[in-house]
Every structure is written in C-alpha cells, then in structure tokens.
Write a new protein. Structure first.
Length: 338
C-alpha cells in the first residue's frame, strides 16, 4: 500500500550552507495509512521541523516529500489536506465551538447543511456537543484541545499532524487526553503523526515510534519491539535504561535493573545462564517491596532491583546478567563524525 506520507532523504538546514545547522539530516520515513506514528526525541532533535515540513510550512533544503504517493515537496500547506493540532490550541476566541470547527469546512466550500452536520459530528466525537454554542475562553485547557482536535479531524485530512498537543495540560489530564486522542484516532481511522519528547506518551500511542537525535533517525518501529531492544546507547538512555556495561567477550550492553541478579560473592555458581561479574555494593535504597542496590563492577556501575534487604555498602557481590535479558548495543558514532 502507498504510504500516506513518505520522506525521501529529507533535510533542512537553517542559516546557510557553511555555518548553518542541519535541523533535519537525510531523513527517510514512511507513514502507513491509518497508523499512529510518533516522532520522539530530546529538545532540538528536529521533531517540529520534520512535522512542519510535512505540513508545508517549511521547505526542505534537500530530499523529497510524497503525500499519497505524489511529490508534494513544493505544494503549499493549504493544498496538502492536512489537519493540525498545536500545543497552544490556536482556536478563534470570538467564535463559537461550532464555528471554530466549521471554519475549515467552509474554507473547503462545502454546503451549509454539510458544514453543520460535519461540525456537529466532530464535536460529538470529542464529547462537546452540549457546549457547541460556547466560546473557547469558557472552556478548560483539555476541552479547548478537544475542540482543536475536532476541528482538525472534521476536514477528513489525509494526515493529522499533532505538535506536542498535550504538553500544556497538567499531568493527570495529559494521561486522560492520551486515551482520548487514541480513541478519536481509532474511531476515525485517520493517519496521525505526533511530535513528543515524552517517551511514555510515545510508548502508549504509537503503532510506530521514530526516535530522532540531532536531525537523524536513531531507531524506528513498534514500541513493543523498540523498547526491549534499543539499538544503541542514545536510544536506551532516552527510553530510561540506566545500566551500561562493557561485558568481556560481548562488548557494550544494557540491561534493566529488574533483570540484574545479585548474590553474595561467596555463593556457589548457579541461577540463570548469563554473564557473571564481580562487584561491590555502593548503595542500598529501601523501597518497601524491594531494594535498589547499586554496585560498582570494574569501572562501570550497575543497579539491581533486589527482592530482599540483605546487602550493605561494601559487600562483595556476584552480579549475574541473564543472557536472554542482555541488550547488546551498537556504538553510537559521535554526531560530528557522521
Ligand atoms: N527557524 C529556525 N532558524 C534557525 N534554527 C532553527 C529554526 N528552527 C529550528 N532551528 C534549529 O533546528 C534544530 C531543530 O529544531 P526543532 O524545533 O525541529 O527541534 P525539536 O526537536 O522540535 O525541539 P523542541 O522539542 O525543543 O521543540 C534546533 O537546533 C533549532 O535551534
């Protein structure tokens, strides 16, 4: 099937060819019809620039953008059939909710009855039919963002672009709105691309998560495949891994604290098959149901979720990293060397 959006070696430099920066650098990406894709990465990695290039607000300085299989690199935003939701809601304050949602429909020269019907359906989809005559200023932030979402899906866009739409909301509401966003996307079947720096949001929402670093793609895939097998240290750290060790014969690895097995140094060998290392306990944090035990292993440090409270700083320990839990990492080349 033709992807709804395809980026083909897309790059964007700001500030001239010599001294400028590459905000996005040779990005290849396909967004499948009906999927939820998230662009994830730290501040400055090029997420927003990528989204704005898909929308047509920014022109790439290299590569091509295809929408529905056709080259749209030079197509202006208003001819791309794209729905957008911004962090700042961007609603018209003087218009009713219905008129806000109807705005894009009227711009498409639909008949009055069709405009009313589709605006009504869109408000119903986000649970705001009862407030259709109100103005945005009378609504909470979460409700305003629902209106923005209704407005963006009402035009039945080829692709819905969401630029950190939940980051203005408080933590509890943000989690609720994630569910809401996913429900609306599933019910309408709209193809969605969301920008976020929040890994939990990306893990929860994505069919495909795309992790960017300094304008380049580090890893992409189903969260259920990416999370247990980060490709390199950058991705692993970004996803919250904290144990990074060099295992003799294996090289750089990471492993989640709940998979590291500790036992007193003198204990007979046994337990899971894996790399065995000698360590010294450096710190113990009591957490009720378990302890977090930090240990020095050569020049590295490893944290273990340990079921008991039987270790103290200075204890010599046997650290077992079960083979099937080890994630072998590729070295990340320094950005300047790529
Ligand atoms: N209009 C511009 N002029 C100059 N540099 C820019 C411009 N827009 C973006 N950049 C630079 O491009 C890089 C990527 O920016 P971008 O906004 O795409 O990142 P981001 O991942 O969305 O970050 P954030 O999460 O902070 O919004 C940054 O180094 C940024 O400073």
């Amino acid at each position: 099937m033709t992807p709804v959006v395809r980026l083909d070696g897309v790059g964007r430099r700001f500030g001239g060819a010599k001294n400028g920066v590459a905000a996005v650098d040779g990005l290849d990406l396909s967004v499948e019809r009906g999927s939820f894709t998230t662009l994830l990465g730290p501040s400055g990695c090029g997420k927003t620039t990528t989204l704005r290039m898909i929308a047509g607000f920014i022109r790439p300085t290299s590569g091509r953008i295809l929408l529905e299989g056709a080259d749209a690199t030079a197509t202006p935003p208003e001819r791309r059939n794209i729905g957008m939701v911004f962090q700042s809601y961007a609603l018209f304050p003087h218009m009713s909710l219905t008129d806000n949602v109807a705005f894009g429909l009227r711009a498409r020269r639909l008949g009055a009855a069709e405009v009313q019907r589709r605006a009504g359906e869109a408000l119903e989809l986000v649970g705001l039919s009862h407030a259709a005559g109100r103005k945005p200023g009378e609504l909470s932030g979460g409700q305003q963002q629902r209106v923005a979402l209704a407005r963006a899906v009402a035009i039945e866009p080829s692709v819905l672009l969401l630029d950190e739409p939940l980051s203005n909301l408080d933590a509890r509401l943000r989690v609720q709105m994630r569910q809401e966003l996913l429900r609306v996307q599933r019910e309408t079947g709209v193809t969605a691309v969301l920008v976020t720096h929040d890994q939990d949001e990306a893990l929860q929402l994505s069919d495909t998560m795309v992790i960017l670093n300094e304008g380049r793609l580090e890893q992409e895939g189903d969260p259920r495949e990416v999370f247990p097998a980060p490709a390199n240290r950058f991705v692993a750290e970004f996803l919250g891994y904290e144990n990074f060790l060099d295992v003799p014969g294996t090289g750089p690895v990471t492993i989640r604290p709940e998979h590291v097995v500790l036992s007193p140094a003198g204990d007979a060998a046994g337990g899971p098959d894996g790399a065995e290392l000698a360590g010294t306990v450096t710190d113990v944090t009591y957490q009720g149901s378990h302890c977090l035990v930090g240990a020095a292993v050569g020049a590295d440090r490893v944290t273990s979720v340990h079921p008991g409270d039987d270790f103290r700083p200075g204890d010599a320990v046997r650290v077992v990293l079960p083979r099937h839990r080890l994630v072998v990492l590729a070295e990340t080349a320094p950005a300047g060397a790529r």
